[in-house]
Design a binder for this molecule. Structure first.
Ligand SMILES: Cc1cc2nc3c(=O)[nH]c(=O)nc-3n(C[C@H](O)[C@H](O)[C@H](O)COP(=O)(O)OP(=O)(O)OC[C@H]3O[C@@H](n4cnc5c(N)ncnc54)[C@H](O)[C@@H]3O)c2cc1C
Length: 299
């Protein structure tokens, strides 16, 4: 059986495209390698997505997205797409659980975190060190050190501070690069400390704790914590899937250089990464896909 549409990734972009396509009868199959909701599961409080004047937690918003998917009856398979190739006029989408054939493929794979490049980082990854806050949110009463100075670092700190002992944010610049609202909230929190002009030099595990060694204008400084979190930016997951190496999106559109292959959300957005943009982009892709399926060619 050749499916009409396969969507790779169930973050906000993939979810909105799936809901739109299901409602008009195209019944997409969505592959998600991790949890439905994607990066949004890390957001402390989303205050810029219309419909929630008091703001809404990322996990709560994902809960509503999940309800919407269920209500529409969207089919989701929990498997990683490893390759997309073309054979006999359609796409073959490969996963460890088998191949699926589709007329259209929509890539909504989002972004992955950048490494900080600090000695010891790889050794601690997954045990004492993480790149997404959702991995350590349940660890109440613990101490955390966050490396980074942007929106994500400050949002992570506010999220963790609700149950934490203390949270240290370590940033090599003299000023944070987050929005002023987050900076003010961090200043008001009694258990978060921001350390500027502090460059992270090495990470190690000592007695079941993380030790972060830093350089500051005043000299060397050390931070001890139960867990370290790295928030040093993100990069597109476009090339994670084999077969997409020579494909690119056309301008800022959801179409790509390969007819029938579409892309939406953070994976193509560069620096402008927001739920509203991802959702709108997913709908844009879904409408272009519907045109393609009905007319056999792109608009
Ligand atoms: C701390 C934090 C706070 C934020 N706060 C806000 C906010 O307040 N307001 C706002 O608008 N935005 C916020 N954002 C940004 C928002 O979360 C993202 O813009 C949005 O989630 C992007 O959606 P997406 O669907 O494009 O990608 P993602 O959410 O990254 O989803 C991509 C999905 O694809 C899956 N995937 C990847 N590769 C594969 C594969 N090969 N096979 C199968 N599945 C795959 C991933 O597991 C993931 O679930 C925040 C982000 C962070 C980190």
């Amino acid at each position: 059986m050749v499916r009409d549409v396969v969507i790779v990734g169930a973050g906000p972009a993939g979810i909105s495209a799936a809901v739109y396509l299901q409602r008009i009868g195209h019944e997409p199959l969505v592959f998600e390698k991790d949890k439905v909701g994607g990066l949004l599961l890390n957001a402390n409080l989303v205050e810029n997505y219309p419909g929630f004047p008091e703001g809404i937690g990322g996990t709560q918003l994902v809960g509503l997205f999940n309800k919407h998917l269920e209500k529409q009856g969207v089919e989701i398979k929990h498997s990683e797409v490893t390759e997309v190739k073309q054979e006999k006029g359609h796409f073959v989408v490969a996963t460890p659980d088998g191949d699926v054939e589709a007329r259209i493929v929509l890539i909504t794979t989002g972004t992955r975190p950048k490494e900080a490049g600090i000695p010891g980082e790889n050794e601690l990854n997954g045990t004492r060190l993480f790149y997404e806050v959702r991995e350590i949110l349940e660890k109440d009463g613990k101490d955390f050190v966050i490396i980074g100075g942007g929106d994500a670092a400050f949002d992570y700190a506010l999220n963790l501070s609700k149950g934490a002992g203390k949270v240290d944010i370590v940033c090599r610049s003299s000023n944070p690069s987050c929005i002023s609202l987050l900076e003010e909230r961090v200043q008001q929190a009694t258990n978060i400390n921001f350390h500027k002009e502090t460059s992270s030099e090495s990470l190690s595990e000592v007695g079941g704790k993380v030790k972060l060694s830093c350089k500051t204008p005043e000299g060397e400084k050390e931070f001890d914590a139960d867990y370290a979190l790295i928030a040093c930016g993100r990069e597109s997951r476009w090339l994670d899937v084999k077969g997409l190496e020579s494909v690119s999106s056309i301008g800022n559109m959801t179409r790509t250089t390969v007819p029938g292959l579409f892309v939406a959300g953070d994976v193509k957005q560069g620096d402008h990464r927001q739920v509203g943009i991802a959702v709108g982009d997913g709908v844009q892709a879904a409408m272009s896909i519907a045109d393609y399926l009905e007319r056999g060619e792109e608009e």
